[in-house]
Design a protein around this ligand. Structure first.
Ligand code: 4AD
Ligand code: MG
Length: 459
């Protein structure tokens, strides 16, 4: 197909004449249970159709849910019957019908259709006729978004977003937005997206953390929530180039308190999804046994050394263990399967972690970070990274010099330690990693409307 394909103007896709119902005249499919026996108007789309002789079954969706509409030829006028024959998959339509209980239907309700207005008749729909591979689905993400799996996953995402922001309000944090253009690096400098900014160079943010550290000196406890960017050359099902991160930062908090608040937040997220997203979890066929346990039990806390040692001594874990390195994918997945609970891995070797972490030297002479990564079970991998921050001006300055970072770039950040430093801690949770784990979908690209990965930037 040529790149600059320009389709001819055609009447084919025009909208028809129809009456736009007022907000108050419409009923959401998610609310039909409140209208049993009544006539309702639903404005939506037809996502599937089946007919057998004199009966036609329309599968309808309106964004809030799914319901089956039934049309019997003998019960409706000719126009309605003809429209039911003409309507195609993904045509938009306004349907009037009477709500009735139907225990066999997934939603528990059905619609006896009395009237159909076709708003726009869709041409042959490219998705849904047969099984499609992920490449096809994501090349057509604009249309694929209408399917049931994305519907369920992205509604769970919405719930998790809401749970996190509710949680921080309850805990007396303020929302504090950090810049997306940043002149310095927060995490690994090899993963920065660089861009021209007027006459100089800038980076796209990897995390708002450094700015949140300045924020707590004014507000005590802050959080941000926004897109961050990682130029990671990883093609795994856990990596995105653009993701949404929530960074929380707390003054007068040590690492123990940091883990406690993370545990409380993750429990709230899981509890809220279990309570409010039952339809979505059912669509995804998510087995929620382990999630239900998580709400009730304490999370596991293991030092990095203990975790590596346990893996090394485990007869069923056959890969070589490197005590000086980060946790590998296999190690995180193995531990998650073993404990079936979220696991805090604490005190990583400082050498593999960021410059801002507080550190100490252990009895074997290994310099360790005062930090934790939270590993989710069921192949969820690391969903949170956090630490106590180095609060001493001179220690932090020495580390900045040691890593050859430019003093001028970090001078403002060092001011947080120069003027009234306090012990403080914080963490960042990756929204898509969390959605992937809780929804149970295989690949992280399912968890964001339009994923950006190493090899996908369209549509
Ligand atoms: O562990 P990370 O790199 O930590 C930070 O950026 C800290 N500054 C956060 C803080 O303390 N305020 O990233 C935090 C989380 C990870 O645990 C993971 O969930 C997610 O962000 N994440 C990614 N998710 C998807 N794709 C990627 N490429 C990700 N990189 C990080
Ligand atoms: Mg991390």
């Amino acid at each position: 197909m040529p790149d600059n394909k320009n389709e001819e103007i055609t009447e084919e896709y025009s909208m028809r004449e129809f009456n736009l119902p007022k907000e108050t005249e419409k009923t959401l499919i998610s609310k039909v249970s409140e209208h049993v026996g009544e006539e309702v108007t639903i404005a939506g789309w037809m996502y599937n159709k089946r007919s057998s002789g004199k009966v036609c079954f329309l599968q309808l969706r309106d964004g809030s849910g799914f319901i089956q509409g039934v049309i019997e030829q003998d019960e409706v006028n000719e126009k309605v019957w003809n429209d039911s024959e003409e309507i195609t998959i993904e045509s938009s339509c306004i349907i009037k019908g009477k709500v009735k209980k139907e225990p066999r239907a997934p939603s528990g309700f059905e619609l006896d259709v009395e009237d159909i207005q076709i708003v726009a008749l869709a041409p042959e729909y490219p998705i849904g006729k047969k099984e499609h591979g992920p490449d096809f689905l994501f090349s057509n993400r604009d249309l694929y978004l209408r399917s049931k799996t994305p519907w369920a996953v992205l509604r769970i995402r919405d719930q998790i977003f809401l749970s996190i922001t509710d949680f921080f309000r309850e805990e007396n944090f303020i929302r504090y937005d950090t810049p997306i253009f940043q002149p310095t690096s927060c995490e690994d400098t090899t993963q920065l997206f660089e861009l021209e900014y007027y006459d100089s160079m800038m980076y796209l943010t990897q995390s708002g953390q450094l700015y949140s550290e300045a924020g707590i000196m004014g507000f005590g406890k802050v959080y941000d929530f926004g897109p961050v960017f990682r130029a990671e050359k990883s093609k795994t099902r856990h990596h995105l180039s653009e993701l949404w991160m929530m960074d929380a930062e707390m003054a007068y908090f040590n690492q123990e308190m940091n883990m406690d608040i993370q545990e409380k937040m993750v429990k709230k997220i899981v509890k809220d999804v279990l309570e409010n997203c039952q339809t979505e979890l059912k669509i995804l066929e998510r087995d929620t046994t382990i999630l239900e346990d998580i709400v009730k039990k304490s999370f596991i806390r293991l030092k990095h050394y203990e975790a590596k040692k346990a893996l090394e001594e485990d007869k069923n874990f056959t890969t070589a263990v490197d005590f000086g390195d980060d946790m590998t994918t296999e190690e995180e997945i193995y531990l998650g399967n073993k404990y079936e609970l979220p696991i805090f891995i604490e005190d990583y070797p400082f050498a593999v972690k960021a410059f801002y972490m507080k550190s100490y030297t252990d009895k074997h002479g290994v310099k360790r970070a005062v930090n934790s990564d939270l590993i989710a079970p069921e192949e969820g991998r690391e969903i949170i990274g956090g630490s106590q921050r180095e609060d001493d001006y001179n220690t932090l300055l020495k580390e900045i010099n040691k890593r050859n970072y430019n003093f001028e770039d970090y001078e403002w950040y060092l001011n947080t330690r120069k003027f009234g430093s306090v012990p403080h801690s914080g963490f960042g949770i990756g929204l898509e990693r969390t959605v992937r784990w809780i929804s149970g979908v295989h690949h992280i690209r399912e968890t964001i409307p339009f994923p950006r990965t190493l090899n996908r930037m369209k549509p």
